[in-house]
Design a protein. Structure first.
Length: 133
């Protein structure tokens, strides 16, 4: 018998040890939950739906979720925000989920909607931002 695992982000308040309710988004897998530097929004990669790519959702307790621009196909996995939360470094995959991820590459996604592919002659490993980025 094969059982699938679906990864979902959950948040617990440190002070009260109680769960924090996040806005509801698509039921598929969620990837790479990463807080914005101010701690207000949780960026979560999403498994692509049947008719859409997996955009990074921005979840804020008590607010309607928003999303960054999705890849043309596949899904993004957040890695790290720039200091001002203007840009999100992410790993992007052209597959359909974590078990069939497809090819991986790196991308910087702007809150304003632009996507900047990161290319190099070898593997790209995103480790963070310079302090003034």
């Amino acid at each position: 018998l094969f059982r699938s695992v679906v990864y979902r982000a959950h948040v617990v308040a440190i002070e009260s040890s109680r769960p924090v309710t996040l806005p509801e988004i698509a039921k598929g897998e969620q990837y790479g939950p990463t807080w914005t530097p101010d701690g207000m929004d949780l960026a979560v990669g999403q498994e692509p739906g049947a008719s859409s790519s997996g955009a990074v959702a921005l979840l804020r307790p008590g607010a309607t979720p928003t999303a960054l621009r999705a890849p043309e196909r596949g899904f993004d996995v957040p890695v790290a925000w720039s200091a001002g939360a203007t840009y999100l470094a992410a790993r992007t995959f052209d597959g359909k989920n974590s078990t069939s991820a497809g090819r991986e590459s790196a991308v910087v996604i702007a809150r304003s909607g632009e996507r900047y592919p990161v290319s190099a002659p070898g593997e790209v490993i995103l480790v963070g931002w310079l302090p003034n980025a």
